[in-house]
Design a protein around this ligand. Sequence first.
Ligand SMILES: [Zn+2]
Length: 660
Amino acid sequence: MAVSACNTNPFLQEWDTPYGIPPFDKIKVSHYIPAIKAGIAEQQAEIDAIVANEEAPTFENTIAPLELSGRTLAKVIGVMYNVSETDRSDALDAVVEESIPLTSAHENNMSFNKALYERIAAVYNGDQSNLTREQQMVLKKHFEAFEREGIGLPEEKQARLREINEAIASKTQKIGNNILAESNAFKDKFGFSVSAYPEKMTSTADRALRKEYYEAYTTRGHHGNENDNALLMVEVIRLRQEKARLLGFENSASYTLSNKMAADPATVDSFLRGILKASTAKACEEIADMQKIMDEDVAAGVLPAGSKIEPWDWWYYAEKVRKVKYDLDDEEVRPYFHMDSVRNGIFVCAKQLYGVNMEKLEGVPAYNKDCVTTWKVSADDGSLIGIFTTDYLPRDSKRGGAWMNNIRDQYVDAAGNDVRPIIVNVGNLSEYMNVDDVQTVFHEFGHALHGLLTKCHYPSVSGTSVTRDFVETFSQFNENWAFQPELLAKYARNDKGEVIPASLVEKINNSLKFNQGFMTTELAAASMLDLVWHETMIPEDIATREQATEFIDKLEADLAKSIALNPEITYRYRTTYFNHIFCSGYNTGYYGYLWSEVLDRDAFSIFEASPDGPFDLTLAKKFKETFLERGGSEEPMTLYKEFAGREPDSKAFLVGRGLL
Ligand SMILES: [Zn+2]
């Protein structure tokens, strides 16, 4: 009977679909949990077999089977998270919730498996000279993952570590719920969601109302009500510090950074301060431009004499400056950027740069037949690169934002077959796009190319499996092509087939540097806030909400002073609603966007310096072979120096953002 029950669950069968695309039409909500349980049992048995091997540990008998273990679980998880974010239902939400304790218990069992660790450590501490560079990186990744979870600690410290992990998990869960509740309360009060805040601040002429929006937005989680996050956050920081100390690090920031490209807090600190020095100065110029327009409003009697730009004025007056300086109107742009044209644009660009061919697949399974389009990606020699799916339009069942996701990672299986990846790009974009939307499409396709073009052997380092401060390099890098006149001529056409006029292209390109003093400052300031929190030891006597509130306010104010933050600018996220660093794994990681951008701007400057410009095919080939094919199989800085012939330089970043 057990066999026939298995046979009806598509996750427990071989997929005979084209290219092994998940049989979405056959997968029912009731299939996930049994498949997860079966997948966990399968991986546990695979690990038991590795541990039971009586031969001396080697890469081939320990790490290689570990890398290939858990394939069923990976299949289920890949599908479940993709569908739950793009096409959610209450039933599926319940399944995801039910799965979390199962998978986290399984992960705990693996990360505290001493016998497995000892085999890995034996390989790691042994002679590695016969291993490929990729194998060394994979080995290091597994070894460090164990060390970083405290496998080497004495029993009682390990027990404390587990307590800390559980306490952090439950407190951050509560923090996330509080932020959601506060954001919902904001929406109930004002009639628009927090994601529409910039848009509303830009279009609202009533200054008192803008101030009301601003104050409500920037004090979420800080209202002294049941959704207040102050004490919870201070407690989470305290626990993270304790964890870092237990593991032998000075603080949480140095623990998190020790396996990142940036490596230590001092490096991130001076990196961000360097940016802030330039961006806050640029912001002063932007304030002066805005003040001129505000003065006109004063002269016209709209505002009282002596009115000065305040934080709630920024978006509104910046938009006025933009109209005057760049004369760019979204509505003028949209007709040339129909969703299909823009998608054609990313494809034409990738074909030219990397020899990537896209062929639309009809009749293959899809998780949402109306909105999802699937493409076969192949190289010029006809070999399969992977499967690519786009899902750009918003719908109620999809979460906000835009992202790339792997439904299947690339790897080489036990029989030596190169399993090619299945990659999704998801967005909430307009059918006729504005400049931001177009950039988003190029950005997410940059991640997709990183996921697709990979030529690794082991799944844990293939594709986008690189450090958080490196991964955005490839998405942001691809954005550089979005508005290249040569490419626009090929894809940006209106419904009559007319190509976008050169004058409009010029306006778009000029406007890309607009308001970057502000944008860079609020982003870099929030990154500093993240860093400083994870360097800060919370005094023992802080135990009440009032004390926590005072501590947070003082820390934010002291930091603002120390980075000379313009009083007209606020951290992009203040502490009590900084979801990324408490709930989304971006702790001491928020700087990663800027760090990656320094790399991608610098890499692009090498193209710009070439006589062939952005379409220098020799450079594109080198970029593909050095970065896109190699995932995390080598240290990021080594790859970078291989490509650029030197270390990255932040000059191109500063010039690109108009800060120099
Ligand atoms: Zn990204």
